[in-house]
Design a protein around this ligand. Structure first.
Ligand SMILES: [Zn+2]
Length: 582
């Protein structure tokens, strides 16, 4: 068997997708969840366990397990194969025909990162790491936490990693693209990180793709230095600690978002594993989408200082645009999350976590602190400040209720002001809904599902279909045409084979059909296919009668009574019960 086929039969798409998307079983073979490829609040993403494919009714994303990994991880076909093979312990052919240049480069970069990670860890444990260990001890990081998060140390030499990579045979032209090494004008190389505490950054499948390095000497700038963007690291798509946190995020159905590596590590070590960090960059939409796949509930716990609050404020609208349920956690005493856990303890942190305010009350507090609500200008300024966030609530009634609450919370009593606030809140422009497509008829869906229910195609049904003109008027006509053409050529009619021959739009249709209720109920009932066929035949007769009637009228209008009579007789014959027609 071809390796790709072998892989596909060994992996289960439900568990592959399930690593990224919270799936719920909705029927014996169907699992649904929030689509990872477009923004949505209610699940329109489905996985077909029996046919091993996924389909989104919203954005029409679709494919098999390999395609899913490609799209999710932004990797090539070969890398997706490799990643799946590794996860499922299936040996990969050594010299693979699937590898392309880009995949090989990325694989090389991943290997270099693995090697760097080993070296950094060894450095931290060895004599060179004494100062770094001292710093960690001072910050209260336990040895098992150091181990768990793979912390390391880049030594002072500025050459150690270059030497190691060269000794392991990595080519000179691979060094710089890794971001681990830089090039001087004279062509010589040096390490990107020097005398820094190293935090490995992983992708969602747990491979090291970048590093964050914290300066240990006061004079070293910047305090935090991150890997540059590389073919394996896209900053805006990665959240620190997500690969470790995601299981807990799903279980608790809540994620804590902090700013820094140390915060994520400290909060996690205090017993709150469902924590991720945005690592120094402003939160981005792809990051929020990555979170949303695991939970829609987020607690933002940024630093209590002004930049932290400003960052929290900015992230709120972004989170709301992705339909996240947002709460904000304030820690008193000017302590960042890590310090708070250390000094006040886990219980105090849990209390703050559970008591985190809905974002609008937090915003209202900030507005109240900023503007004077005793003046009418102040009131208007406050409401203007709150408006964008409130307008992002998708449900109109909820929006109005929140607007009302907020006006009360801020202390606005002026009826006219509240009224104008309510009005601008209510007038939110609704996002346009996708253009509806011509619906697929129930009998059409059923017939197709029945046709493909047996591997090789339902022969009895296939024989009945040839020459049925009505099929050419169906929305799914190209699927039927493909099936019939394959059957006529003596090819086995399987879902995979048919699907492979269809164009994008028709693949979507077929996926929809196979997920539809009829298919669910009747997939295994051959009699059902016959019933659907009957209904389709009847609809063909109806169509012909309607056409004849129109032609009779036309002939009458034109004064051609002979033709009108001839057509009327034909029509009468059609309208007799089927049995009599023979
Ligand atoms: Zn989608």
């Amino acid at each position: 068997m071809d390796f790709v086929e072998q892989l596909k039969t060994s992996v289960d798409i439900v568990s592959v997708v399930g690593e990224y998307v919270r799936l719920r079983k909705s029927s014996s073979y169907r699992y649904t969840g929030l689509c990872p490829f477009h923004s949505e609040k209610t699940p329109s993403f489905s996985v077909h366990a029996a046919r091993q494919f996924y389909y989104c009714f919203g954005c029409h994303a679709k494919g098999d397990a390999i395609r899913f990994v490609m799209e999710m991880e932004h990797v090539s076909f070969y890398e997706a194969l490799k990643s799946l093979a590794e996860r499922y312990g299936i040996p990969m052919p050594k010299r693979s025909q699937y590898a392309d240049e880009e995949s090989r480069l990325r694989e090389t970069l991943l290997q270099m990162h693995e090697l760097a990670q080993e070296q950094f860890r060894a450095n931290l444990a060895g004599p060179a790491g004494e100062a770094a260990r001292g710093y960690l001890a001072k910050r209260g990081v336990a040895p098992e936490t150091i181990e768990k998060f793979g912390l390391g140390y880049a030594d002072r030499s500025g050459r150690a990693l270059v030497r190691l990579l060269e000794a392991r045979g990595f080519q000179a032209d691979r060094l710089e693209p890794s971001g681990l090494v830089r090039k001087r004008d004279d062509g010589s190389f040096y390490d990107s990180f020097r005398n820094r505490l190293m935090f490995p950054i992983h992708n969602e499948s747990g491979r090291v793709i970048a590093f964050g390095g914290r300066a240990l000497a006061a004079e070293d700038n910047p305090k935090y230095l991150n890997s540059p963007e590389t073919p394996i690291y896209r900053k805006s798509h990665v959240l620190y600690n997500l690969h470790r946190a995601k299981e807990a995020v799903r279980k608790e159905d809540r994620v804590i978002l902090v700013e820094g590596y140390m915060d994520a590590i400290g909060v996690s070590a205090a017993g709150f594993p469902a924590v991720v960090a945005s690592c120094g960059t402003a939160l981005t939409t792809p990051q929020v989408q990555a979170l949303k796949r695991h939970s829609q509930h987020i607690v933002v716990n940024f630093d209590p200082d002004a930049p932290g609050a400003a960052a929290a404020e900015r992230s709120i609208n972004l989170l709301l645009d992705e339909s996240m349920q947002v709460r904000i956690m304030d820690l008193e005493g000017e302590l960042d999350p890590d310090e708070f856990c250390q000094q006040r303890g886990a219980e105090a942190y849990r209390e703050r976590l559970n008591g985190a305010k809905g974002y609008f009350y937090w915003l209202a507090d900030r507005a109240r602190a900023r503007f004077d609500v005793h003046t009418s200008e102040g009131v208007v300024a406050v409401l203007k400040f709150l408006l964008p966030a409130v307008q992002r609530i998708p449900d109109r009634l909820e929006r109005l209720a929140v607007a009302h609450d907020l006006a009360g919370y801020v202390g606005v009593s002026d009826g006219a002001v509240i009224e104008s606030f309510r009005k601008s809140v209510a007038d939110r422009q609704e996002k346009s809904i996708e253009r509806p497509r011509e619906p697929v008829r129930a009998d059409e869906r059923g017939l197709l599902a029945a046709l493909l229910a047996e591997d090789g195609g339902n022969q009895a049904l296939l024989a009945e279909l040839a020459g049925l003109e009505v099929l050419n008027r169906l929305v799914t006509r190209r699927i039927f045409q493909t099936v019939l053409a394959m059957a006529a050529a003596g090819e086995p009619v399987t879902f995979e084979a048919v699907n492979a021959r269809l164009e994008e739009g028709d693949q979507s249709l077929l996926a929809e059909v196979l997920f539809s209720e009829e298919a669910k109920l009747h997939e295994t009932v051959p009699e059902f296919g016959k019933q659907c066929l009957e209904r389709i035949r009847r609809s063909e007769e109806q169509f012909r009668r309607a056409q004849l009637k129109a032609r009779v009228k036309e002939a009458e209008r034109a004064g051609d009574m002979a033709e009108a009579l001839r057509l009327a007789v034909e029509l009468q014959r059609l309208e007799r019960p089927r049995e009599a027609v023979g």
